[in-house]
Write a protein that binds this ligand. Structure first.
Ligand code: T5A
Length: 208
């Protein structure tokens, strides 16, 4: 059985990952592709408990603790959800993956890309998505969208400079691997964003 394809969605707060995840799922279902939809942090029972701590725990968590907990969630997610699905020929659509740690902990928390890469060498560092859609837009506009949904969580409450560093790190990841990471202007109308998302998916869909 051919291995499934792995797609990740990335971007800062409020850029429309959830909205576009649902759209991509509908495109895959229309194409009769069996897809496992998941998220990070989360995706497993333990990962969802870690997500609760990471997003709604008390303030004052050390940057390195945050990175380790993200990686712990990812390790469980890879072994228990992503790898089994891909090897059974199913596709995986994950709301965030490793690029988020490079952006938020490497960039935002200033731990640096080397530390993030070193830690990931302990988990399955060679597993990369076949396609990553990086939804990008000015930070303030994304935060306004996120804020319109209600109270901000622990990470969403960070200062603007944190998100500026995270955005720079995300765009660096895209520049370093343009074949895998496609940057989509998330500040357009939803219809335009979905058109761009659909176009970016075509090469993968053509292989299905
Ligand atoms: N994290 C995660 C790390 O620090 N390191 C890591 O390694 C990992 C894996 C996870 C947090 O953890 C951090 C990053 C995050 O801070 P999350 O699950 O990504 O959190 O956060 P969510 O709250 O689920 O998602 P976001 O806040 O990022 O929002 P979304 O899902 O990007 O945006 P969405 O789809 O809910 O849209 C927001 C609003 O905008 C509207 C939608 O209708 C909605 O109301 N909208 C648009 N409006 C106008 N035009 C468009 N084109 C629109 N698209 C969406």
């Amino acid at each position: 059985m051919p291995r499934g394809q792995f797609i990740s969605l990335e971007g800062l707060e409020g850029v429309g990952k959830t909205t576009n995840r649902l759209y991509i799922e509908s495109l895959l279902v229309q194409a009769s592709i069996e897809v496992v939809v998941s998220r990070e942090p989360g995706g497993t029972d333990l990962g969802e408990s870690l997500r609760e701590l990471l997003l709604h725990g008390r303030a004052g968590m050390l940057a390195q603790t945050e990175l380790l907990l993200m990686a712990a969630s990812r390790s469980e997610h890879i072994d228990k959800v992503i790898e089994p699905a891909l090897s059974q020929g199913r596709w995986v659509l994950s709301d965030r993956f490793t690029d988020a740690s490079f952006a938020y902990q490497g960039g935002g928390r200033e731990l640096g890309a080397n530390v993030v890469a070193q830690l990931h060498s302990l988990i399955k560092a060679d597993l990369q998505p076949d396609l990553t859609l990086l939804l990008d837009m000015p930070i303030e506009a994304g935060m306004a969208r996120a804020a319109s949904r209600g109270k901000l969580d622990r990470i969403e409450s960070e200062e603007l400079a944190f998100f500026e560093r995270a955005r720079t790190a995300y765009l660096q990841r895209a520049a370093d691997d343009p074949r895998r990471v496609k940057v989509i202007d998330a500040g357009q109308t939803l219809e335009q964003v979905q058109q761009a998302v659909s176009e970016a998916l075509q090469p993968l869909l053509a292989k299905a």
